[in-house]
Design a protein. Structure first.
Lengths: 249, 667, 304
C-alpha cells in the first residue's frame, strides 16, 4: 500500500507547528497504525530527519496512552478501538491520511503528536476515589451485596482508559464523558455513595478550572470512545450534580 | 560464594508473618512526616505502595515514564486475581493457594514469602472492593469467581477481561487521593537512570525528565523499585513498548543481586506473529482456557492444507482434532499451567501440526462452549426445541458477556470472527519470574533499596500461575512493604532531609550524563530498534521456550558482539535536552543488552528444567521438565562486577519444610 | 449551596439552558395555538384573533408568564453565548481535518449559530408585531358595514326611501361592535361622534366621556405584513421576503429544536433506557411539527 501522510509537526510547546507531508510505501493491511508510524520513523532516522513523536505504550488498547486524531476522527475511522488497535486494512492504496494531535486548550502540545493530559489526572486527584485507607481490616468483600445490574453498570463506566478521545472529538473539547465515567462508577456503588456529593462538585469544579469546554450533548464523545462509554454516564453525573448542588452545604 | 540472608522469621509457617508483624519496629506518625520514600513505577506494586505509604504519612515521590500513573502495564492484565476466600466453598484455603503457587512455580519459590502472599490475598479483595473496584458479581449480588491454570478450585476474582485495569485504576485512584493531598509528589514522564548510594544506603535517584531532557536529583530515606519485568528483552512480547528493566538493572549495577534471570514465562495464548514489522504481541487471557479447547489437526495432511489455505478449521470434525492438552493432561486438561501448555503447543508445531501460514499457531476453539451455554440458555428460555443456529447465537451472547473485549481485540487484530472460527494462538513472552533479589522484607542487597512486584523475584519460583501476578503486586504494595519498610526507617527518624547536593548525587548525575553523551556521540547508521529486534531474535531462538548449552553459549557470544556493535553504530537522532523518545529507547536497550547475556548465563548455569526454564538436556521421557532438586533447589542471585559475563553467583538455598518436593504432574 | 455552583459551573449553566429551553418550548406551543387562529377566516377570525391578542396583553397571569418568557429568552441567549464563547476558547487550535459528521449531527454542533439566527429572528419579529402592538401605532379593530337604511320619506308618496349607508363600528372590549360613524349620504363624508384617545380609548366627542375601549387590529397588521390587504390596512410590498425569511427562520428553529429538545432532558439527567427513545421521538416530532405549523401561517396568508 502506498500512502500520503499529512502529519502535524511541532518542535515544542512554543513552536507554531505545521502539517508536513510524508509519502510512505510498502504498508501492509495487517500492520497496525503504530507499526506504520514505526516504519515511517525508521525511515526518517536513517535519512537523518527528526522522527515523529507520538504517545504509545501497551499497544493493545488498554493503557490509553496512544492518542492520534486520524483523518478527522479520534483513534481513526474504526469504532471501539484505540489508535494502536487500528489496522492499515482500514485504509486503501493511495489514500491521504491526516494525523494530528488531540486539540484542546487543556491538552497543550508537548511535541508533534504528543500532548499533556495532566488535566485528567488533576480531575481525578480532586475526587475520583473512595476515601478508604489501606488496612486489611475493611469489611469482607461479600459483606455488602451489590446488584449485578449496578455492578455491571459501574464496571462499564470504569472501563474508561483516560485516553482523552472524548475531549479530542468534542466540538467543545469537553471532558464530560471522562469525568462522568468516574463519577458514575462510584455513584453506582455503595462504597462510593458516601462521598458522592463532594466528589461530583469537586471533580466538576476542577474540570471547569482546567479549561475544558461545556457539554452540548452532541454525543460525539460516546461514538469515538474506544471503550464505548455511554452517554448514560453524563446523564447520571448531571443528576448527581443537581442533587449535590441543591443539598450541599 | 556467600550465603544470602533471606531474613525469614522463625516459627511455624502460618505464624511467621503475623508474629513478625507484631514484633517489627514502627515509625510514629509524627516522624513519618519527616521521612521521604521514592517509589519507581506506578503499576500494581508501585501504585499500591505509593498510596499505602502516603496514607501512613510518609512523603512519597512517585515516578513513572508514562504520562500518567494510570498507564502502567499492570493495566493490561486480563484474567483475574487469586485470593483464598473460598467463597465458592470448593475447598480452597490459604494453605491450598500457597501449595498451588509453590507447586506451580515448580518448587523454586521461597515458602515463607508465598505463604505470606496467600495469607494477605483475601485482604486484597476486601480492600479493592472498598475502593470501588467493580468485580464481576452474581445475580445474588455476591462476588463471582472463575478458574485459572494450575488449580482445581475457583478462586480467581475478575472484572471481565479487564481485571488488571480495574485493580490498577483502584490503586491509581488511591494514589490520586494522596496526590490531591500533596502526600505523593507525582513525577510523570520521568525515568530513573541511576540509584544514588550514600554511605552504602540507597538515598535517592537520578531521573531524566523525558519532556525537557534534563537530569534531576531526588533524595529519600528509602527507594522502592517497582518497575515491572524485563520481558521486552525479547523485543516481541506482551509487555508494553516502554516496559523496561532499567530501574532494576541500575540497582543491580549498584550492588543489588539479580535473581533467577532465566525464569521467563512464555504465555501459551497470544495472538501469533503476523509479520516482520510487528512491534508487539497481544495476549488472549488465560481465562479463555476455562471455556476454550486447544487443538491442532490430528492428521499432518489437514494441518498442511490449512497452512496453504485449502482448508478451514471449521471443516475439520471433532474426531480429526487433537485436543492435545486434554489428551496429555486429563486431570487439568486445558487448564494446565502456562509453561506446560506453551511447551505442549510448541511440541505440536515443531512436529508439523501447526496452523496459520507460519505453522506457528494452534487453535483455541469455543464452539463447544458456545453450544453448551446456548443449550443452557435455551432451556432457561423454555425453548428446548431451538434450532442449532439459535442455540449458537444464545451461546455467543453468554460468551460475549464473559470475554467480549477479548474477542473484540482478536477480531480487530486478526480480522477473523472468533465466535465463528477458532482463534489462533501461539506462546509469547509474557512475564518474568526472575528479578531483583529481595529478602523477606522485600529489601534488596542494597540497604534501603526495596523491590516489589514483578521487579523482584520472590514469589513465583520458576513459573507463575495465572492471576497470581496481580495478587503479588498488590500484596507487596498494600500489605507487606508498608510494614517491613517501617522496620528499616525506624533508624532514620533523626536523619532529616537528605540533600541532593551531596557529592554522591553530583557524581552519580555526572555518570549518567556521561553515559547519555556517549550514546548520543556514536552517531552510527542503525536505529535503536534495529538492535533491539536483533537482540530479541537471539533471545527468542536460544533463550526462549527451549534452551540448550550450545545455543546458550552461542547466544552469549552473539549478545556480546551485538552490544559492541550497538556502542559503535547506533544512531540516536535529536538532542539530549529535549523530548527524545529514541534516546529513551536507547537507554533501555543498553540495559537489555546486558541483561540478555546474564539471562543466558543463568540459563546455562541451571542444569535442570524447571517451570519456565526448559533445558532440552533435562527432560523426562514424556518430554516434561526434569528438575534436579539435589543440586538446583536454590535461588541463583547474581552480583554485578562490571560485565555480565563475570557476574558472581550467590546461592540462596530453598528449604521446603511444609511441602514435599515431587515431580510436578497435571495428568 | 454557593452562588458559584449555581451560576458559574459548567453543568449549572447547562441546567439553565435546559430549563429555559424547555420553558420556551412550552411558550412555542402557546404561541402557536394563538397563531393558528389566523387560519380562521373572515370577521369572526379577525375578531377572535384580536380578542386573543388583547387577552394576552391584559391577563395578569399571562403577563407574568410573558415576563418569564422574555427573561428566558434573554437568559437562554446570554447563557448560551457565554457557553459558546467558552467552548470556542477550549479549542484554540482547530483541526486541519475534522470529520465531525462521522460522530454527531450538524445541528448539535451548530446550536449557537442556530440560536443566534433565532435570536435575530425574535428581535425582528418583536419589532414587527410585539413592538407595534405595545408601543407602535396600530389601528383599532374597525368594521365598516353598508346598511340599507331609511334615509327619508317621500313626502309625496309617503314611501320610505332607503339607501346604503356605510356605518363604521369599533369592536369594544365589552364585546360589542359600537357604531361611531356613518357616511353622510349628502356630503359623502364620514361623520363621527367619537374619537380615539390614548390609542385605544373611545371618547364621545360631545360629552367628552370615555364610552368604551377598542381592540387593536393586530390581525390586519399581520395580514398586511404577509401581503394580504384587508380592512384598508397597509400592505407590505416586501411581503414575499417576509414570508421567505419567516419560513427560513422556522427551519432554523426546527434544527435547533431537533437537538435542543432531547438535549435538555439529557442535561437534566432525565435519561432512561425505557424512555430515552420516546423523548427523542417526541423531540423530533416537536421539532418538525411546531415550526412547520408556524411557517404554514404566513405561507397560507401569502398564497391564499
Amino acid at each position: 500500500m502506498k500512502l500520503t501522510l499529512k502529519i502535524w509537526r511541532q518542535s515544542g510547546p512554543n513552536d507554531k507547528g505545521q502539517i508536513v507531508t510524508y509519502p510512505i510505501d510498502n504498508i501492509e493491511g495487517d500492520m497496525s497504525f503504530l507499526d506504520m508510524m514505526d516504519v515511517l520513523n525508521e525511515e526518517l532516522i536513517v535519512k537523518g530527519e527528526d522522527p515523529v513523536a507520538f504517545d504509545h505504550d501497551c499497544r493493545e488498547g488498554i493503557c490509553g496512552m496512544c492518542s492520534l486524531f486520524i483523518n478527522g476522527e479520534a483513534h481513526g475511522p474504526d469504532r471501539a478501538i484505540t489508535t494502536c488497535q487500528l489496522h492499515m486494512r482500514k485504509f486503501s492504496d493511495g489514500e491521504t491520511i491526516y494525523i494530528e494531535p488531540w486539540r484542546a486548550k487543556a491538552f497543550p502540545v508537548i511535541k508533534d503528536l504528543v500532548v499533556d493530559r495532566g488535566a485528567l489526572d488533576r480531575v481525578m486527584a480532586s475526587g475520583g476515589f473512595v476515601s478508604v485507607n489501606t488496612s486489611g481490616n475493611t469489611v469482607d468483600a461479600n459483606a455488602i451485596p451489590i446488584s449485578k445490574i449496578d455492578a455491571d453498570k459501574a464496571f462499564e463506566a470504569a472501563t474508561c482508559i483516560g485516553c482523552g478521545a472524548c475531549v479530542a472529538s468534542c466540538v467543545n473539547a469537553s471532558a464530560m464523558l471522562f469525568v462522568s465515567a468516574k463519577v458514575s462508577q462510584l455513584a453506582l456503588l455503595p462504597q462510593g455513595k458516601i462521598e458522592a456529593t463532594e466528589r461530583v462538585l469537586n471533580m466538576v469544579r476542577t474540570m471547569d478550572e482546567e479549561g475544558f469546554g461545556n457539554c452540548t450533548n452532541t454525543g460525539a464523545c460516546a461514538v469515538e470512545c474506544p471503550k464505548e462509554i455511554s452517554l448514560d454516564n453524563i446523564a447520571r453525573m448531571n443528576r448527581e450534580y443537581f442533587k449535590a448542588m441543591l443539598t450541599s452545604e | 560464594m556467600s550465603i544470602l540472608d533471606s531474613k525469614i522469621p522463625s516459627g511455624e509457617l502460618n505464624q511467621k508473618w503475623s508474629s513478625y508483624k507484631d514484633h517489627i519496629r514502627l515509625v510514629n506518625p509524627a516522624n513519618k512526616r519527616n521521612i521521604d520514600i521514592i517509589v519507581v513505577g506506578t503499576g500494581l506494586a508501585g501504585g499500591s505502595a505509593s498510596a499505602a505509604l502516603a496514607e501512613l504519612g510518609y512523603n512519597v515521590k512517585s515516578f513513572c515514564f508514562q504520562d500518567s500513573p494510570r498507564r502502567a502495564h499492570s493495566i493490561a492484565a486480563q484474567g483475574g486475581i487469586n485470593a483464598a476466600k473460598n467463597y465458592q466453598g470448593d475447598g480452597d484455603s490459604v494453605f491450598r493457594l500457597f501449595y498451588d503457587t509453590v507447586k506451580g512455580g515448580d518448587y523454586r519459590a521461597r515458602e515463607a514469602n508465598v505463604y505470606r502472599l496467600a495469607e494477605v490475598s483475601a485482604s486484597i479483595i476486601d480492600q479493592c472492593v472498598a475502593q470501588g473496584v467493580p468485580f464481576a458479581r452474581e445475580y445474588g449480588g455476591l462476588l463471582d469467581n472463575r478458574s485459572f491454570g494450575g488449580s482445581q478450585v475457583s478462586r480467581t476474582f475478575y472484572a471481565k477481561g479487564q481485571t488488571g485495569q480495574q485493580l490498577l485504576l483502584g490503586a491509581y485512584s488511591a494514589m490520586s487521593r494522596q496526590i490531591g493531598k500533596g502526600k505523593i509528589q507525582m513525577y510523570n514522564r520521568h525515568e530513573m537512570l541511576d540509584l544514588v548510594l550514600v554511605d552504602g544506603k540507597a538515598r535517592g535517584i537520578i531521573a531524566r525528565n523525558l519532556v525537557t531532557g534534563s537530569l534531576e536529583r531526588f533524595s529519600a530515606h528509602a527507594v522502592v523499585i517497582a518497575s515491572g519485568g524485563y520481558g521486552n528483552v525479547f523485543y516481541l512480547s506482551t509487555n508494553a513498548m516502554g516496559s523496561n528493566v532499567s530501574a532494576a538493572w541500575k540497582v543491580h549495577k549498584k550492588g543489588a543481586y539479580f535473581a533467577n534471570p532465566c525464569y521467563t514465562q512464555i504465555h501459551p495464548t497470544c495472538i501469533p506473529v503476523s509479520g516482520d514489522h510487528q512491534s508487539k504481541l497481544t495476549l488472549m487471557s488465560e481465562s479463555l482456557r476455562n471455556d476454550g479447547r486447544i487443538w491442532v489437526p490430528k492428521n499432518l495432511e489437514d494441518s498442511k492444507a490449512i497452512r496453504e489455505g485449502r482448508m478451514k478449521p471449521t471443516d475439520i470434525t471433532d474426531e480429526n482434532k487433537d485436543f492435545f492438552l486434554e489428551r496429555r493432561y486429563p486431570a487439568f486438561g486445558n487448564l494446565v499451567p502456562r509453561d506446560v501448555a506453551s511447551r505442549a503447543a510448541k511440541e505440536r508445531c515443531d512436529a508439523g501440526f501447526g496452523v496459520n501460514t507460519t505453522g506457528e499457531a494452534v487453535y483455541l476453539d469455543f464452539a463447544s462452549a458456545i453450544e453448551r451455554y446456548g443449550r443452557e440458555k435455551a432451556r432457561m428460555n423454555h425453548d428446548g426445541e431451538a434450532s442449532i443456529e439459535i442455540i449458537m447465537d444464545l451461546g455467543a451472547e453468554v460468551v460475549k458477556a464473559k470475554y467480549g473485549n477479548l474477542f473484540q481485540m482478536y477480531y480487530k487484530i486478526v480480522d477473523q470472527d472468533p465466535y465463528k472460527t477458532p482463534m489462533m494462538i501461539y506462546p509469547a513472552v509474557h512475564y518474568t519470574m526472575g528479578g531483583v533479589w529481595v529478602d523477606y522484607n522485600l529489601m534488596t542487597t542494597i540497604t534501603g533499596c526495596y523491590a516489589t512486584g514483578e521487579a523482584n523475584f520472590s514469589d513465583h519460583g520458576a513459573n507463575r500461575l495465572g492471576a497470581s501476578a496481580l495478587m503479588q503486586g498488590l500484596a507487596d504494595g498494600y500489605f507487606v512493604l508498608p510494614y517491613t519498610i517501617a522496620d528499616y526507617l525506624a533508624d532514620d527518624i533523626r536523619t532529616g532531609k537528605i540533600s541532593t547536593d551531596l557529592p554522591e548525587f553530583v557524581q552519580t548525575e555526572n555518570d549518567v550524563k556521561a553515559n547519555i553523551e556517549r550514546l548520543m556521540n556514536i552517531k552510527g547508521t542503525k536505529t535503536v530498534d534495529y538492535f533491539h529486534k536483533r537482540l530479541g531474535k537471539i533471545m527468542w531462538d536460544k533463550v526462549g521456550m527451549a534452551r540448550n548449552a550450545e545455543g546458550l553459549n552461542w547466544a552469549i557470544a552473539e549478545i556480546q558482539k551485538l552490544r559492541e556493535e550497538f556502542y559503535s553504530n547506533v544512531r540516536i537522532p535529536g538532542t539530549v535536552d529535549s523530548f527524545n523518545p529514541e534516546l529513551d529507547k536507547a537507554n533501555r536497550v543498553c540495559d537489555f543488552l546486558e541483561l540478555g547475556e546474564l539471562m543466558a548465563k543463568d540459563a546455562l548455569d541451571r542444569e535442570e528444567s524447571c517451570g519456565g526454564h526448559f533445558r532440552e538436556e533435562h527432560q523426562t521421557e514424556e518430554g516434561e521438565a526434569q528438575r534436579n532438586d539435589d543440586k538446583y533447589a536454590y535461588v541463583a542471585a547474581w552480583e554485578y562486577t562490571g560485565k555480565p559475563s563475570e557476574a558472581i553467583l550467590h546461592k540462596e538455598a530453598l528449604v521446603f519444610d511444609n511441602i514435599k518436593l515431587v515431580q510436578r504432574s497435571y495428568k | 449551596m454557593s452562588k458559584s455552583v449555581i451560576l458559574k459551573s459548567s453543568i449549572a449553566k447547562k441546567y439553565w439552558m435546559a430549563f429555559t429551553g424547555l420553558f420556551l418550548c412550552l411558550f412555542l406551543v402557546g404561541h402557536l395555538l394563538g397563531n393558528l387562529q389566523l387560519f380562521y377566516a373572515g370577521e369572526e377570525g379577525r375578531r377572535a384573533f384580536n380578542e386573543y391578542a388583547y387577552f394576552m396583553q391584559h391577563n395578569l397571569l399571562i403577563k407574568v408568564m410573558s415576563y418569564v418568557t422574555y427573561l428566558s429568552i434573554l437568559f437562554h441567549a446570554i447563557d448560551g453565548l457565554l457557553l459558546a464563547f467558552q467552548n470556542k476558547k477550549a479549542r484554540p487550535v482547530q483541526y486541519a481535518m475534522n470529520k465531525a459528521s462521522a460522530n454527531s449531527s450538524s445541528a448539535s454542533r451548530q446550536m449557537a449559530l442556530l440560536g443566534s439566527i433565532i435570536l435575530i429572528f425574535i428581535a425582528t419579529h418583536m419589532v414587527n408585531f410585539w413592538g407595534k402592538m405595545h408601543f407602535g401605532e396600530i389601528p383599532l379593530h374597525t368594521l365598516t358595514k353598508a346598511v340599507n337604511v331609511p334615509i327619508s320619506q317621500d313626502p309625496n308618496t309617503g314611501q320610505i326611501v332607503k339607501a346604503d349607508i356605510e356605518f363604521s363600528y369599533f369592536l369594544t372590549t365589552n364585546g360589542e361592535y359600537k357604531q361611531y360613524a356613518y357616511k353622510d349620504p349628502k356630503t359623502k363624508l364620514f361623520e363621527s361622534q367619537m374619537e380615539v384617545r390614548e390609542e385605544t380609548k373611545l371618547f364621545d366627542k360631545n360629552s367628552n366621556l370615555e364610552v368604551a375601549e377598542g381592540y387593536k387590529d393586530l390581525h390586519s397588521v399581520v395580514m398586511g405584513f404577509f401581503g394580504k390587504s384587508a380592512n384598508g390596512n397597509d400592505v407590505n410590498e416586501l411581503a414575499w421576503l417576509a414570508v421567505l425569511l419567516y419560513t427560513i427562520s422556522m427551519a432554523v428553529l426546527s434544527f435547533h429544536l431537533m437537538h435542543g429538545f432531547a438535549s435538555a432532558f439529557q442535561t437534566l439527567g432525565l435519561r432512561h433506557p425505557r424512555y430515552t427513545a420516546i423523548i427523542k421521538n417526541v423531540g423530533m416530532g416537536f421539532a418538525i411539527i411546531v415550526p412547520a405549523a408556524f411557517a404554514a401561517i404566513p405561507l397560507y396568508i401569502f398564497f391564499k
